[in-house]
Design a binder for this molecule. Structure first.
Ligand SMILES: NCc1[nH]cc(CCC(=O)O)c1CC(=O)O
Length: 311
């Protein structure tokens, strides 16, 4: 089947989101020379509300307006960071993921203007992050550091850091790559030091489910290993049913042997309790692996931890 002549791509309007759209446009141009693309930028609640995300809709704050534009027919293709797409509920009715692009770096980076590493930071150093996952892990490993709430797109956070609103930041390596600012990285944290979130570094392409021509056309951009990792991670989070204040980390990996593993953790906000699970898929499909890892954490008391956190 031939590709559609024109594809309207909807996305958030942050510099990172627009860089993601450029990647999609160039991969589309390579796969389907001659296809025309148009960008439809939208602002999401998560972009305009810089307070506590749990006070607005929390999950979905970065995706709702993008999904609405897709469903209203104002655009044909949405580009999302999988990390920002709620996994506890199905995708908005009438939409599907048509492809997961090849995964970028899953790790977090420390941005410290003086170039120090996490272990070198002095007691009381203010780390700008509103991520409960990052706060809980830092509390466990570096209790002498102080996290201060920090929201806004990555460029905005770097500006706020330069203005002295924090002494250092934690940001995703993939995000810094997309905005062309890896120069600010003072240390890349291993997944052991800072477990990544579900969906880290993955971009998903979402279409209306009846748009079969487009679904077929963009499927060639999909990466099969990334798809397996995303399925395992998202099913893990779906079974666990977290909320926007629950510190949860999870990262799947397709190894050179082709086998898939999933490591995941649930933390208390103070980082004092950390539940761990690590399983291999073996004969299980990715979603069943995700279910199994979630059940392993539930057996250790994950439900009680998650439900005990105010939200
Ligand atoms: N919450 C914002 C957001 N959504 C996705 C990324 C990073 C890129 C990715 O993981 O795809 C970021 C920035 C960050 O966490 O530093």
């Amino acid at each position: 089947m031939s590709a559609p002549e024109q594809i309207r791509i909807v996305s958030r309007d942050s510099p990172m989101a627009l860089a993601q759209v450029e990647r999609v446009r160039s991969e589309l141009a390579a796969a389907h020379p001659g296809v025309r693309t148009e960008v439809v930028p939208v602002k999401t609640t998560g972009d305009t509300w810089l307070g506590d995300l749990s006070q607005v809709e929390g999950k979905g704050a970065f995706t709702k307006e993008v999904d609405a534009a897709l469903l209203a027919g104002e655009a044909d293709l949405a580009v999302h960071c999988v990390k920002d797409v709620p996994a506890d509920r199905p995708l908005p009715a009438g939409t599907v993921f048509a492809a997961f692009l090849k995964r970028d770096d899953v790790r977090d980076a420390l941005v410290h203007p003086g170039g120090l590493t996490l272990d070198e930071l002095a007691p009381g150093t203010r780390i700008g992050t509103s991520s409960v996952r990052r706060v809980a892990q830092l509390a466990a490993t570096h209790p002498h550091l102080r996290c201060v709430p920090f929201r806004g797109n990555a460029n905005r956070r770097l500006e706020k850091l330069a203005a002295g609103e924090a002494d250092a930041l934690l940001l995703a390596v993939s995000g810094l790559e997309r905005i062309g600012r890896t120069d600010v990285i003072s240390e890349i944290l291993s997944p052991e030091a800072m477990m990544p979130p579900v969906g880290a570094g993955i971009l998903a392409l979402q279409c209306r489910e009846d748009d079969t021509a487009l679904i077929e056309a963009v499927a060639v951009l999909g990466d099969p290993d990334t798809h397996r990792e995303a399925d395992a991670e998202r099913m893990f989070l779906h079974v666990l049913q977290g909320h926007c204040n629950s510190p949860i980390a999870g990262t799947a990996k397709v190894h050179r042997t082709g086998d898939l593993s999933l490591r995941a953790c649930v933390f208390t906000p103070d980082g004092k309790t950390r539940l761990n699970a690590h399983e291999w898929a073996g004969r299980l499909d990715p979603a069943t692996l995700g279910t199994s890892v979630a059940v392993a954490l539930l057996r250790q008391g994950a439900r009680e931890i998650i439900d005990g956190i105010p939200h």
